[in-house]
Ligand binder design. Structure first.
Ligand code: NAD
Length: 327
């Protein structure tokens, strides 16, 4: 069994590629390296190409005997997507559509797709369920919903089956701290906390301590990237055993506040995280966490790591790679 991993030189893709190999599959990674790192691919077969390059994708599928795909390749910066929507529609939506069409014509019928909890926008309730309305508040989120819908139509009209995984807040580094997030490309809280604690940035800004949450700061669902990786393996297993197309939340089901992330970091690093409370940021919401019962029930998947594992792996990774990326 060979799995094509698009975007497998990036943060989540590189760590998931290892988990997929550990499950007994062969892999081939396809990535432009625009936001990824060749080093993160290790000794896995690698093709430097764009998912929109139909010839390169077809060649890769044929030469490696690809049976299934995990599709990570995308741009992910929410702010940039609002400033330059065309860049996001072209790369994320058009690129994915071209990829799916080549897969379809080559007879590759199983796809796991990186979607996002951002499709829910400001949720009307927490925990958020898959059946709750999508309400995209950014071009980025809209591109992901459009790709989900595209896969939905391929499922209805062809033999293609897919699992769309709506990640909550991916965080942490690989358990051995050799792969992790590049903080130059990340808008996420944990890399910002790491920059602050390692003296690589001015004080961390905490946007509001007057939210209706237990300590007043924003609450999110942080999912360890290694647990996210095993969710992809479970999704591939589901499809290869004949499972139907489905869209699942991937989160822990537990909310963690910004101050709890800071406190865990200070405990694990043994140093203070310089931070200041500033006003709420436009567009933020108080609390978002997943109802993860669908993926638990359907795939038997369980997150095994906790906030301290996220922080200790991220701290080890960023301490060893102080420029924020693999050196
Ligand atoms: N990081 C998160 O918290 C998070 C949350 C929800 C969803 N996601 C989604 O998960 C996926 C992976 O996220 P990540 O954090 O690992 O991002 P990342 O930027 O580290 O990885 C994406 C990789 O895709 C590559 N790429 C981009 N466009 C490409 C194209 N057209 N062809 C080939 N390669 C291309 C980049 O070079 C990069 O290596 C993305 O689709 C992202 O939208 C991430």
């Amino acid at each position: 069994m060979t799995t094509l991993i698009t975007g497998g030189a990036g943060y989540i893709g590189s760590i998931t590629a290892r988990a997929i190999r550990a499950s007994g599959r062969a892999v081939v990674v396809l990535d432009t390296l625009e936001n990824g790192h060749r080093k993160a691919v290790g000794d896995a077969p690698f093709v430097q190409a764009d998912v929109a390059d139909a010839d390169a994708v077809r060649r890769t599928v044929e030469e490696h005997g690809v049976d299934e795909v995990v599709h990570f390749a995308a741009y992910k910066a929410v702010g940039e997507s609002m400033e330059n929507p065309g860049k996001y529609f072209a790369n994320n939506v058009t690129g994915s559509q071209k990829l799916f069409e080549v897969l379809h014509t080559c007879g590759v019928e199983r796809v796991v797709f990186s979607s996002t909890a951002a499709v829910y926008g400001t949720p009307s309730r927490v925990p958020v369920r898959e059946t709750d309305a999508a309400n995209c508040e950014s071009v980025y989120a809209e591109t992901k919903l459009m790709i989900e819908k595209t896969l939905g139509w391929y499922s209805r009209t062809t033999g293609m089956r897919s699992v769309c995984l709506r990640y909550f807040n991916a965080a942490g580094a690989s358990d051995d701290a050799t792969l992790g997030e590049d903080w130059r490309f990340s808008q996420n809280l944990v890399p910002h906390v790491m920059k602050a604690v390692l003296g690589r940035s001015p004080a961390l800004k905490v946007f509001g301590n007057d939210w209706p949450t237990p300590d007043g700061t924003g609450v999110r669902d942080y999912i360890h990237v290694e647990d996210l990786a095993t969710a992809h393996v479970a999704a591939l297993d589901h499809l290869s055993s004949g499972g139907a197309s489905v869209t699942c939340n991937v989160g822990t089901g537990q909310g963690t506040s910004v101050l709890e992330v800071i406190a865990a970091t200070e405990r694990i690093a043994g140093r203070k995280v310089p931070h200041e409370i500033v006003g709420r940021r436009a567009g933020d919401v108080s609390e978002v966490f997943a109802d993860a019962s669908l993926i638990r029930g359907l795939f038997g998947w369980e997150p095994r790591r906790h906030l301290d594992d996220i922080i200790s792996s991220a701290y080890a990774w960023h301490s060893a790679n102080p420029d924020g990326h693999p050196s």
